[in-house]
Design a protein. Structure first.
Length: 131
């Protein structure tokens, strides 16, 4: 029963991130993350790392680009799993758009009675042309 309560609390934390991206709102996004959190991904330049404060710049760039997928279409979000051990957890989420999918992996910690995303890594899968 306690495990299910913790999973629900983690889903609530992830929902801040989902809502923030859906509304292109960096403040809501950052509510889900610990202030010391980082996001990592691999680009053509190699490993990239951004602190949680980077969401301000990202949201401005998305808001200024009407063609950005976050502005043009809704994604389907699928929480694949949440695994909890004490005050540590991991979650996997798939964000499916028409032409690509983000697969996010989050590490979370429970501190001061609430869950925070500590780190996020992701992979982008580009779908073949479906026309």
């Amino acid at each position: 029963m306690a495990q299910e309560h913790e999973k629900k609390a983690i889903l609530d934390t992830l929902q801040y991130f989902f809502d923030g991206l859906d509304n292109i709102d960096a403040g809501t996004i950052k509510t889900a993350f610990h202030p010391s959190a980082w996001q990592f991904y691999v680009s053509s330049d190699g490993l990239r790392a951004n602190p949680v404060s980077h969401w301000d710049r990202t949201c401005r760039a998305v808001a200024e680009n009407p063609e950005h997928p976050f502005n043009k279409e809704n994604s389907r979000k699928n929480v694949v799993y949440i695994d909890v051990t004490g005050n540590a957890a991991a979650a996997k989420v798939e964000w499916v758009f028409s032409r690509f999918m983000y697969t996010d992996y989050y590490t979370l910690m429970k501190m001061d009675g609430r869950w925070y995303i500590m780190n996020k890594i992701f992979h982008t899968t580009i779908f073949e042309d479906r026309s």
